[in-house]
Design a protein around this ligand. Structure first.
Ligand code: XMP
Length: 527
């Protein structure tokens, strides 16, 4: 796998470089910057030689937080060129400590560790606080640190402090160097985004020229240049990423693109029809809709182990995709909706280099033997940017704003054996649940909501009769990336209404439960 391209479409935009020291929240720095129209990239601190930085030509550099301690001999340092370049630098948490240490200050360990919400007193002003924090104010921030600076490097002064963090915000306006002991990138620092914007806009001189309209136009040119007269196939899943990738590529190369939609029979209610209606009928994209539900459901017959189910679905998906692609007479390029979080090179917890790049666990991943060049027009975008691009491309909100849906589909929401009947039953439950969520105006406040069909039968009473039917579970979580999740706190009234409708309208279901497990320790999906 090649490292993220330093080259282009962003080449003409103003750029900020973020050097990662391994913090859990480094990605949030990039997100905050991009929200204000500033293109930025995250590189491991130890993969930033002078030549690479010069070629990238950033207008400023941000040093992220990280788990190491500068008081330890082997701990990571910013490359010397960062300070030799004359560029503005903002150090956050560990980044502040290494900045102070490398510029001649003193950092000591052994102080009380401070985590979470804290209040600091603003005792001065600087470009970072301009128009955001007034001198004399007391402001909320989010801290996460063990070490602290005990002596400032020459040229610096304190702008904000607290008892636990005497150097909470430090500044050297003359050299455009700043450091925060707190994390401005997290939402628990309420004005953090504005502080970061002051760094990029006021200090570094960015104007916020990273817009989806500009990205779209540049990417269309880039796709044309890459593909030339070649043919591209794209596995469409109905999800946001592949949909946006397909429409963008289609805009660039028209009928040189063919999309293949492998319908495994495990989609939600009405979804396959919607994919065809949207992409073939509305966007005029060449689309092969292969109904392979008999094949998938046949091979899943009798299978109850979750991993087995995933393996079977993954294997069949590739087989069917290849079959359809061969019928087309082959293609030169394979389009994928890979996103930036999948390609950011990660820094390991020890601060050492790491070559691990998160792998896609998507059905429809690149088949091993396929000799095609990848077209990945979304490689530089975060999920929210992909949604913004989708809106820019006029893709219907129902697709652009859709909750994530796993590649193996409903199969991993039906513990036990999956059959056409159980999938149909679950589809009916799920669509009532989602309809009620939409009607209540809650859809966009939830990361993912879905129903699970339980492999148990329970006794109930309806009218004068006894029932002995299946139970289902409802799940709804909030999350920012699917890595951790909280249960969505529906009102009892809402849950009762949904339960009532399901039991009354779906024959075969007589009991509804609500899953109140967060992640961790649970996972979002049940299998
Ligand atoms: P878990 O269940 O691991 O899910 O907490 C985290 C997120 O990943 C989605 N998910 C998948 N997505 N293929 C996918 O494309 C898969 O095999 C898969 N398994 C889980 C899940 O829906 C949630 O958003």
């Amino acid at each position: 796998m090649t490292p993220p391209a330093d080259s282009a479409p962003a080449q003409r935009h103003e750029r900020i470089l973020i050097l990662d020291f391994g913090s859990q929240v480094t990605q949030l720095i990039a997100r905050r910057l991009r929200e204000t129209g500033v293109y930025c990239e995250i590189w491991p601190f130890n993969a930033a030689p002078e030549a690479r930085i010069r070629a990238f030509a950033p207008k400023g550099i941000i040093l992220s937080g990280g788990p190491a301690s500068v008081t330890e001999g082997e701990s990571p340092r910013a490359p010397e060129y960062v300070f030799a370049s004359g560029l503005p630098v903002l150090g956050i948490c560990y980044g502040q400590q290494t900045l102070a240490h490398q510029l001649g200050g003193t950092v000591e360990g052994g102080h009380a560790r401070e985590f979470g919400r804290a209040f600091i007193d603003v005792t001065g002003d600087c470009a970072i606080t301009q128009g955001v924090w007034a001198k004399g104010a007391r402001e909320q921030v989010w801290m996460s640190h063990g070490d602290r600076i005990t002596q400032l490097p020459p040229g610096f002064r304190v702008v904000a402090s607290s008892e636990g963090a005497p150097f909470a915000l430090i500044a050297d306006d003359a050299r455009h160097y700043y450091g925060t002991m707190f994390h401005p990138e997290v939402v628990h620092t309420p004005h953090g985004a504005q502080l970061l914007k002051n760094f990029t806009h006021l200090v570094c001189g960015c104007t916020g020229d990273w817009t989806m309209g500009a990205f779209r136009a540049e990417m269309v040119q880039k796709i044309r240049a890459q593909v030339g007269g070649g043919r591209v196939v794209c596995g469409l899943s109905g999800g946001v990423d592949s949909s946006v990738a397909a429409v963008l590529i289609h805009e660039a190369i028209g009928d040189q693109l063919t999309c293949i939609y492998v319908d495994h029979g495990l989609m939600r209610s009405g979804e396959s029809e919607q994919v065809v209606a949207t992409f073939r009928d509305r966007f005029n994209i060449r689309l092969i809709h292969r109904d392979a539900s008999d094949l998938f459901l046949g091979q899943l017959s009798g299978v109850t182990d979750p991993e087995q189910k995933r393996k079977i679905i993954g294997r069949l998906f590739i087989e069917v995709f290849e079959e359809e692609q061969n019928k087309l007479g082959g293609a030169d390029f394979l389009a994928q909706g890979t996103l930036y979080p999948d390609v950011i090179e990660s820094v390991s917890a020890t601060g050492g280099p790491s070559v691990t790049i998160k792998s896609h666990h998507n059905v429809g991943g690149l088949p091993e033997g396929m000799r095609m060049t990848l077209v990945e027009p979304l490689r530089e975008l975060f999920k929210d940017e992909v949604r913004a691009l989708g809106r820019e491309l006029a893709i219907p909100e129902a697709i652009v704003g859709r909750h994530p849906f796993p590649g193996p589909g409903l199969a991993i929401r039906i513990p036990g054996e999956v059959t056409r009947d159980t999938a149909d039953l679950l589809r009916r439950v799920d669509s009532i649940y989602l309809e009620e969520i939409r009607t209540a105006g809650l859809y966009d406040a939830i990361w993912q909501a879905f129903a699970v069909l339980l492999p148990v039968r329970t006794v109930g009473v309806m009218g004068d009769g006894r029932t002995y039917d299946q139970a289902c579970a409802l799940r709804a979580v909030t999350s920012t990336d699917g890595m951790t999740a909280d249960v969505y706190p529906f009102s009892m009234e809402f849950l009762s209404r949904v339960a009532n409708r399901i039991v009354n309208e779906v024959r075969g279901i007589n009991r509804v439960t609500y899953d109140i497990t967060s992640k961790p320790p649970g996972t979002i999906e049940w299998e």
